[in-house]
Design a protein around this ligand. Structure first.
Ligand code: HXC
Length: 254
């Protein structure tokens, strides 16, 4: 991998570090394909129970690679590999924690919205500046931003291109917590490790069910939630037994 670094700080947690520092981690097609490949690996490996995505202190990611955008011909965002990579990121079933320091702009901000939990470093700046280049957040941003922060705030960000700081992002619901800049990745890893202790089946079901609330009308998602309640897993039996026996559960993902 040339544009990301994949590591395993803990056996159950994969850390994907975006690594194009000179381009502020702009999301080139190659970088997106590498992220999607790493996520496919993480999905296939039972031992991986959560993923953390991070950038560097100056930039989580400055968004789509503007230098890859052609001046005419087919727009670069319609390219199959790019679209497939975003779909893979969107459909990744295990929990993802984003550790956001520095700029999270455009596609970078969209990547944070596809993550399940966002930890913002104090120096984080979230923005959708595409309007400055006569474009818009076309990788899901125009739809996910208002769902995350409401219409008027989404309009403010998208129509002016002005970024917001970490505290505002947290107040508005784009981030769950603000952490000291130099502890952001550590905090994200801590959360991922906590999730990795849980039953992976339960974690993935919770993720799928919460995301349903963005995708389906309430009556439909409520009845699906009720159906999913009928699940019976060895992990659930183990959770109940461990509670009764006053011991730590050992979840096996079955
Ligand atoms: C390509 C980028 C880039 C980007 C920064 N760089 N952002 N390259 N694509 N999105 C490169 C710069 O060209 C420069 O390289 C280096 O990173 C440092 O950037 P500077 O501008 O010199 O740094 P600074 O003045 O500190 O400003 C940082 C910045 C600014 C605020 C992040 O670079 C910026 O505004 N970038 C563009 C952000 C943006 O518009 N994102 C949305 C993209 S569109 P060199 O080689 O010159 O040193 C998008 C969705 C499109 O995401 C729609 C898809 C459907």
């Amino acid at each position: 991998m040339k544009n990301i670094i994949v590591s395993r700080p803990q056996p159950a947690v994969m850390l994907i570090t975006l690594n194009r520092p000179k381009a502020f981690n702009a999301l080139s097609k190659a970088l997106l394909v590498e992220v999607a490949t790493a996520l496919k690996d993480a999905e296939g490996e039972d031992e991986v129970r959560a993923v953390v995505i991070a950038g560097n202190e100056r930039a989580f990611s400055a968004g789509a690679d503007i230098k890859e955008m052609p001046e005419s011909d087919m727009p670069m965002w319609a390219e199959a590999d790019r679209l497939k990579s975003w779909k893979t990121i969107e459909g990744f079933p295990k929990p993802v924690v984003a550790a956001v320091t520095g700029w999270a702009l455009g596609g970078g901000c969209e990547l944070t919205m596809l993550s399940d939990i966002v930890i913002a470093g104090e120096n984080a700046r979230f923005g959708t500046p595409e309007v400055n280049i006569a474009a818009f957040s076309g990788d899901g941003g125009t739809q996910r931003l208002p769902r995350a922060i409401g219409k008027t705030r989404a309009m403010l960000m998208a129509l002016t291109g002005e970024p917001i700081d970490a505290r505002t992002a947290c107040d508005w619901g784009l981030a769950a917590e603000v952490a000291p800049t130099d502890r952001t990745v550590e905090r994200a890893l801590e959360i991922a490790a906590k999730i990795a202790e849980m039953s992976p089946l339960a974690a993935q079901m919770i993720k799928a069910e919460i995301l349903m609330s963005y995708e389906k009308p309430l009556d439909e998602s409520l009845s699906l939630e009720r159906k999913l309640l009928l699940w019976q897993t060895e992990d659930h039996d183990e959770g109940i037994a461990a509670f009764v026996e006053k011991r730590k559960p050992e979840f096996k993902g079955r």
